[in-house]
Design a binder for this molecule. Structure first.
Ligand SMILES: Cc1cc2nc3c(=O)[nH]c(=O)nc-3n(C[C@H](O)[C@H](O)[C@H](O)COP(=O)(O)O)c2cc1C
Length: 305
């Protein structure tokens, strides 16, 4: 028998633990032209805000050793158009749908999530309290334990399905933020979002992003993400979705061993849009080699010194 790839988070069953990371495949339409989305455990959408956003002017991405920098600035269609134009497509997909939500104020998160409550096809919301690329909101909330707790508590009042809190690495103590999210009623934690970084063109002396700084993602951030997943796994009892530089089965296994129950793939999608599908297949082979019957047997099993 093939190893069981199903995972359950907050009562929601996923066919496999591999998800797309927010902002790395829009609303799934383009990706569905490459392969059927049924192969994903879940599709996580781009961050949705109350009003449509154009984002920052280009250049808003730059390649750097070990990954990339981006300062997209939360470009998205806004909640009205998301519901009228994107939900009809998502409704037809045979995968779990997680809608990532961003806001400048607690009220904005509440407002958007109350609209999503009326969309039964939305399985979970993921609250982006960790975007480093906008001047207002988001990060301000995600760097403060009391604000994190309050935001989740307020969203909890209007959204009855599971809430995922997406944590930032750009904080003094990710464990303190994780505990505050748990206290506020989060059902799951996802980590990490991007690390603040920049890069400068030595000919023009200009930063390579019009926002002057951006978020670092890709293979270079994996060790940081792993250490944070491990720390949060040991400090809270919430399930964790691991994110950060995952592009192959080795990365995936490391995250499970450090405590992740599911994974999101971001930057790697720009090189191999089918990376999550390949990882699921390779994980199955790995489990067979190790004579394990379920992916859940790996979770938190790192043998520490
Ligand atoms: C171009 C780009 C856009 C992103 N947009 C969002 C976003 O809108 N909301 C969000 O929560 N994270 C966003 N992220 C962060 C990713 O979801 C993920 O947390 C991060 O890229 C780390 O994973 P990776 O190393 O696999 O890319 C974005 C990342 C990239 C590269």
């Amino acid at each position: 028998m093939k190893p069981d790839m199903k995972v359950t988070i907050a009562g929601v069953e996923f066919a496999n633990p591999l998800m797309t990371a927010s902002g790395c495949c829009g609303y799934g339409e383009e990706l569905s032209g490459v392969y059927s989305l049924k192969h994903l455990g879940a599709l996580v959408t781009k961050s949705i805000t109350a009003k449509p956003r154009e984002g920052h002017p280009p250049p808003r991405t730059a390649e750097v050793p070990g990954g990339m920098l981006n300062a997209i600035g939360l470009a998205n269609v806004g909640i009205d158009r998301f519901i009228s134009e994107k939900i009809p497509f998502l409704q037809k997909q045979n995968t779990r749908i997680i809608v990532n939500v961003a806001g400048s104020t607690i009220h904005e998160y509440v407002d958007i999530c109350s609209r999503l409550e009326d969309q039964p096809r939305v399985d979970m919301v993921e609250l982006n309290i960790s975007c480093p690329n906008v001047n207002e909101g988001g990060m301000e909330i995600g760097a403060s334990p009391p604000m994190t707790e309050r935001t989740i508590r307020e969203v909890r009042r209007v959204f009855s399905r599971p809430i995922v809190a997406k944590l930032s690495p750009n904080v003094t103590s990710v464990v303190d933020i994780a505990k505050a999210a748990e206290q506020g009623g989060a059902d799951c934690l996802s980590l990490i979002n991007s690390l603040v970084g920049t890069s400068v063109d030595i000919n023009t002396w200009r930063p390579r992003l019009t926002n002057n700084r951006g978020g670092l993602t890709g293979p270079g951030i994996k060790p940081i993400a792993l250490a944070m997943v491990d720390a949060v796994y040991n400090a809270t009892s919430l399930p964790i979705i691991g994110i950060g530089g995952i592009s192959n089965v080795i990365d995936a296994v490391e995250f499970f061993l450090c405590g992740a129950t599911a994974l999101q793939v971001g930057t790697a999608l720009f090189i191999h849009p089918d990376a999550p599908v390949r990882i699921v297949r390779d994980l199955q082979d790995y489990l067979e080699q190790k004579k394990l019957s379920s992916i859940t047997e790996l979770v938190g099993k790192v043998r520490k010194y």
